[in-house]
Write a protein of this length. Structure first.
Length: 266
């Protein structure tokens, strides 16, 4: 009978030792740290990675993940400075760099960071106009990241990046922006046409000045124009008789002069 009691006591002692070892020994992964409170007091240095041992009953442990967390900010309705209602969603990337602060300075650092990101997003985007919101996303993301990082630094959290993922506009605003873009393209096309007309007028003025200094060139140009018109056999060209006679006389004189010059050479 005594032997059975001894065996039972030994088994119970072994089970108790295993339970204590199970509670006292903890394997901490490379990306984790173990924050320990001993009799309510915080130990100055977190434990890990590797095999760690704590004192059961006296120690309370809190496991902190040091990996970067990607948090999807829920879609937020924001009213811009020019009173346009838009819906914006973003992604925040942050990580814990000081496990002790993350445990002692804030009750729930994950929930606190997420709520702060939503509030900061609405505050920053509500201070800009719609055009700036659509064209300067990177600058606004950087501004939100700086504000979040400054606010979460006392909690031992580092905000690495903020990305504005999508900006949704009402249908009426989308149509208004499309009309504005169409009007801008029309304005640019008219400016280009006006510049082309201005350059053509400048060239025509220079050509007129050259024709004015050389009347014979003007006559030759007129004859060339008449020749081009005469190629269309279904057209009748009516010219000034006096001008035509002068042109014909000049052409005949030039032809005779060229013929006499050729005879002299022979």
């Amino acid at each position: 009978m005594a032997g059975e009691e001894l065996i039972l006591a030994t088994v119970l002692a072994i089970i108790l030792v295993l339970v204590i070892l199970r509670a006292a020994v903890k394997v901490v992964r490379e990306y984790e740290r173990l924050v320990i409170f001993r009799l309510g007091r915080l130990l100055s240095k977190p434990k890990g990675p590797g095999l760690t041992v704590i004192i059961p009953i006296f120690d309370r442990r809190v496991l902190i993940d040091l990996r970067t967390v990607a948090f999807d900010v829920p879609r937020q309705r924001v009213v811009s400075r020019d009173n346009v209602s838009v819906e914006v969603d973003a992604v925040v990337y942050y990580r814990v760099y000081d496990p002790l602060k993350a445990v002692t300075e804030v009750q729930n650092y994950i929930m606190a960071t997420n709520l702060l990101a939503q509030t900061t997003l609405r505050d920053v985007l509500g201070q800009v106009e719609l055009d700036e919101l659509l064209s300067k996303r990177e600058e606004l993301s950087k501004r939100i990241q700086v504000l979040l990082d400054a606010s979460t630094e006392p909690w031992g959290i580092k905000v690495q990046a903020v990305t504005l993922r999508d900006v949704s506009l009402p249908d009426t605003m989308v149509r208004a922006i499309a009309k504005q873009a169409e009007a801008e393209r029309e304005r640019r096309s008219r400016v280009i046409m006006a510049e082309g007309e201005f350059q053509a007028a400048e060239k025509m003025r220079e050509a007129a000045m050259l024709y004015g200094s050389a009347p014979s060139a003007m006559r030759l140009r007129e004859l060339q124009t008449l020749t081009e018109i005469a190629r269309e056999k279904n057209m009748i060209v009516v010219t000034n008789t006096t001008a035509a006679g002068d042109i014909t006389g000049e052409v005949a004189s030039l032809t005779a002069a060229l013929a006499r010059k050729g005879e002299k050479k022979e």
